[in-house]
Design a protein. Sequence first.
Length: 375
Amino acid sequence: ADVLPASTMARFIATHEFHSEGTLPTGRKAMRGVALYAIYSASGGLSASHRAILRDLRASGHAIILINSTLAEGRAFLAAARPFADIIVLRANGGRDFASWMAAVGLFYGDISGAEHWLFLNDSLLGPVCDTAPLWRAFHASGADVWALTESFEQDHHLQSSFFILRRAAFQSAAFLRYLSAYGFPEERIEIVRQGEIGFSAALKNSPLKLGVMVPHHKLVAAWLAEAPARQAWLDALAEGDAPGMAATLIPDQTRAAFVRFAETWLRRIEEAVRRGEARNPQHHFWDTLIARFFYPFVKRDLLAFNPTYVPTVPRLFEIIGPAFRPDLMETLATLVGPAPAGGTVLRLSRESLGALPATPAPKAPARRRERAYA
């Protein structure tokens, strides 16, 4: 079996410039779980979200391999990352998260193969925005060999790869080792998705391994549809100028009526689509239900900074998550968002919209009933 990771390591070394340093803790207890965290930071430092996630990984008992897919400001990055990670890998950019993960597995397979589970995550997720203890309880109770937070039916059914875990049966399985040995380190995004997220799920689904998710797609969609009256009540309050949280601050009076009309149309269109069985990205379209009902502890970076599908509930962000993690999240967002486009927009966060928020957090919205975290 070691020949296959070695071949992956050889292909990575032949095609990528990289630097690594550090050692993993020794002993069975110290190696219960290994987290492979793929990020991109060219600033020479870690964002507030990076630091918060790394602290949470350490608190949950993980040894940490941190892979930064740039060599820019390498010395400064190493100094900033050493307090948070056991092994740090700097590599030339290209191939995104799957290249980072497959390279780390190939480079350190012998060192990490004694762990009980391996967590793969990337920094497309910001957070944590709520307690992660329910997540870990759900994972340990699941019994799944391959486990992810969410699943998607876009293109083909697959586990969403921003956060997934392999137990030993999967990590040492012939299916995973074959996948690892065949991974081609593609550079084009469409091919990365095909070989990476979708190809990975396909390879493991076609094996005896048991796959599981914390939030099954059908339960998430049902919960999101059930919240339609609450979303309409929010829009009604917004139209009257009585909406809680940051929405009233971010949406100017002169555009409020147009925003409400747009949001009602968008939400009605998505509700009709998912009732017909059409697939949508759960981490974007249903982000609020994931957090409010299923203990999902992250929010997608691109949803907040770019909002490519025009999800109109983004202005509810701090109403949904409450003020508990606001300082870390605000610091991270300030480094991600750009200036508002000409004419302005409330469908994504900008420097102007963040600057318009009050200095003190708004009161947390009343607690809503939460679903259990499904194994």
